[in-house]
Design a protein around this ligand. Structure first.
Ligand SMILES: [Zn+2]
Length: 113
């Protein structure tokens, strides 16, 4: 679990310092600095059906309802999850959850803009 409650930076999608992660409290987390050589994407050891449902629900709320059928298969869901966390590390400061979802869906489709 991340030590303490998520900070404002974590809630806005800014990556977490790796040393703060002692146990993951959600399905995935990016840690490190943006564009740093030693950043990590950390995944929960088990992604429960509730975690998955919560993630899909949040993406639908953010306007990606039409895209969700592309990540129904577990491997596609996992790929999107990792790409989404990578987006937190490579996109410019201020990129939020919708931008990270969009970036991940583009890469899943083979578009690298
Ligand atoms: Zn995110």
């Amino acid at each position: 679990m991340l030590t303490g409650k998520p900070t404002a930076g974590q809630r806005s999608g800014v990556s977490t310092p790796c040393r703060q992660i002692t146990q993951i409290w959600r399905a995935s987390e990016a840690c490190g600095r943006r564009r740093a050589a030693h950043s990590l994407v950390v995944l929960a050891s088990e992604i429960t059906p509730d975690m998955r449902a919560s993630i899909l629900s949040a993406m639908e709320f953010r306007g990606f309802g039409d895209e969700l059928n592309r990540i129904q298969e577990p491997l596609a869901f996992l790929k999107h999850l990792v790409l989404h966390e990578a987006a937190h590390l490579v996109l410019p400061d201020g990129a939020g959850e919708p931008e990270c979802d969009r970036w991940a869906f583009e890469r899943l489709a083979g578009r690298f803009t």
